[in-house]
Design a protein around this ligand. Structure first.
Ligand code: SAM
Length: 160
């Protein structure tokens, strides 16, 4: 598969899954949304539009989002998420979206040492995680793959 096809697949998987969470899953009534990996701000912008009424807090090692998708200063957490995310453990988030895969197995393996535990710890019971990397954790129940999403492309979980 070309890099272009792979990129397009990732983008549509993100949109399909976030819309699926919006339309079909029940989230805890209260609770913030966390965007792990703000990047250009595309999915951040989608989260803001589609989960109105919830505060969306974005994390990245540096602020580089498009001006139209840049969080207020209070809603952006700068630095290495492995460290900055610790303060958000127990925060009872309703939804965590994590898009910090690199496409390099060796680099992603290092992220996967800490990411599943962190995402699980950030979520309220009944909260949902959506992630480009698999989050293997006993407290995260893998939800069925959407037919439109290729095996292994994007994942979503319910926090037990
Ligand atoms: N979902 C975003 C969008 O729609 O624009 C794109 C996210 S981009 C693929 C991943 C982002 O995560 C990059 O901006 C990178 O700087 C950030 N990132 C990756 N690993 C990180 C880490 N360990 N700590 C902080 N930021 C990280």
């Amino acid at each position: 598969m070309s890099r272009l096809d792979s990129f397009i697949n990732r983008m549509s998987a993100q949109r399909d899954l976030l819309n699926h969470v919006r339309d079909n899953l029940v989230l805890p009534e209260a609770g913030e949304v966390f965007e792990i990996g703000l990047g250009n701000g595309r999915t951040y912008s989608h989260l803001r539009e589609n989960f109105p009424g919830r505060r969306v807090i974005a994390f990245d090692r540096k602020l580089a989002s498009h001006a139209s998708a840049t969080p207020a200063a209070d809603d952006f957490v700068e630095g290495e998420i492995r460290e900055t995310g610790q303060a958000f453990i127990g925060r009872q988030a309703a939804l965590v979206h994590a898009d910090i895969g690199t496409g390099y197995d060796d680099k992603d393996a290092i992220t996967l040492i800490w990411l599943p535990q962190m995402v699980s710890g950030m979520l309220a019971s009944g909260g949902v995680a959506v992630s480009g990397l698999p989050l293997d954790h006993t407290d995260l129940e893998l939800l069925p793959r959407l037919p439109s999403i290729a095996e292994g492309r994007y994942f979503h979980y319910r926090r037990r």
